[in-house]
Design a protein. Sequence first.
Length: 303
Amino acid sequence: MTAATPKTIPEYLEQLRAALRGADPALVQDALYDAEEYLRSELAENPGTDEATLLANIATSYGAPEEVADIYRDTEVQVTQALRTPPPRARRGLLGQFFGVAADPRAWTAMFYMLLSLATGIVYFTTVVTGLSVSAGFAVLIIGIPVAVLFIGLVRLLSLVEGRIVEVLLGERMPRRPLYVGRGQPWLARIGAMFTDPRTWSTMLYMLLMMPLGTLYFTVVVTAMSASLGFIGASLAAMLHLAGMPLWDVALDGVVISPGPWVLPFTLALGVLGFFVTLHLARGIGILHGQLAKHLLVKTAQH
């Protein structure tokens, strides 16, 4: 059953949201932003034109909500296929799947994200704590509202930046447009919507969580990789030394410490095992963190 022709821009957006029901929330946010941006600009270029007449006139150029929804779904499939990293070659057997993680680009990009998250976590945490403190301090003054609005705007900008990082490194689809905020409403209504929007507060929660999570991710990667590479490097150096190569010895009080030859294969295997376990761990954490970012940073498609 075809929906009635929308008479206002909010009605058009609501029909577009309904037509995109079941789609990725990030895709819905992008489609709503593009549609409102286009419709508002057309309305501004044609002052005095009734919204219903305008929507009827541009229906043939921009498309009805159902047509626009189909275009976005088709485009999303094409873009996803074009940007998708080459899948790793399928490995047979448990050993093949275990060691094949080294050929998975997502494992390496997730590990890089875990290292980067320490820096981004500090930035996000500092921004939110400072912004809340300054906004609360100026709340009793007339400039309190502009300061709070600027702070929320900065938070949303950082949310968009974090979304791009998450999508590129973790592979989770995130919004590529900022959140539309009902630009047809009065300023006071728009400001009130910013404060009452659950996504505003969930975004701040995410940024506060990024400080401990970033510290944890960085510590896990650095510790696990250092230990694994340390075992591998020390074992290989000891083997070369036992083979007669002039490598240095570690001495304490004049006593040369040299592990027995029977220990070296075990330490080497332990280092190699730890290396691949770390890659699996990074890939798993990347998947879980992508879901966390999607849940807290993306506005649900139903609201």
